[in-house]
Ligand binder design. Sequence first.
Ligand SMILES: N[C@@H](CCC(=O)N[C@@H](CS)C(=O)NCC(=O)O)C(=O)O
Length: 208
Amino acid sequence: MYILFGGPPTRGLITEMVMAEGALDYELRPIDIKRKEHLTPEYLAVNPAGWVPALVTPEGETLYETPAISLYLAERHDLTQLAPQVGEPQRGAFLSALFYIADELEPAMKRYFYPHRYVMRDEDTAAMKAHALRSALDRLGVIDRRLTREGPYHLGDRFSLADLTMAYWAASIEDDAALEPCPAVKRCVELVMARPKLRPLFEALSGY
Ligand SMILES: N[C@@H](CCC(=O)N[C@@H](CS)C(=O)NCC(=O)O)C(=O)O
């Protein structure tokens, strides 16, 4: 059985969504980052980076970095409904989409949630948060243009981990109106959130 260190409102939810889509069993060990449980010696022994999620495999190996965990689960369990397999025509487009989200959108979201870490003076925190949101929306704007051209999903009619991951981040933006300039992103998020196995997990996110 997998052991997942995470829980809402963290991106551990992305891993839970992958588990749900794949009907995989796991034991959730919630880590409350507000109470700094991710910085305890016990948790740092699991993931020395002090971040959640971390996933312990049935064989006892510890995995970290959310997109890596998602890909690992999709590949190990042949979850072709989440990821085109190596050699499939859409594999390259899928990897490009997933890595764009991981490398470009995620860092902006990190600054959005932790703006105080990126300023020299406390009084600049609100401006940093606003700047981070603009950066995230800029990235979502790029995705929006792709989805307008090729959507409703990143791979056309085919849902994938790229949509799931993007939807988690877009749904995490506190101001619903912020997504108004990105109608194709909004449409994709709605489609992802309506998936029966994912709906309860997105509801858990909106409760925070
Ligand atoms: N690159 C890592 C980052 C993980 C990450 O930053 N997780 C957040 C929760 S969503 C966290 O642990 N935050 C605590 C902190 O940064 O102190 C991943 O994608 O898994």
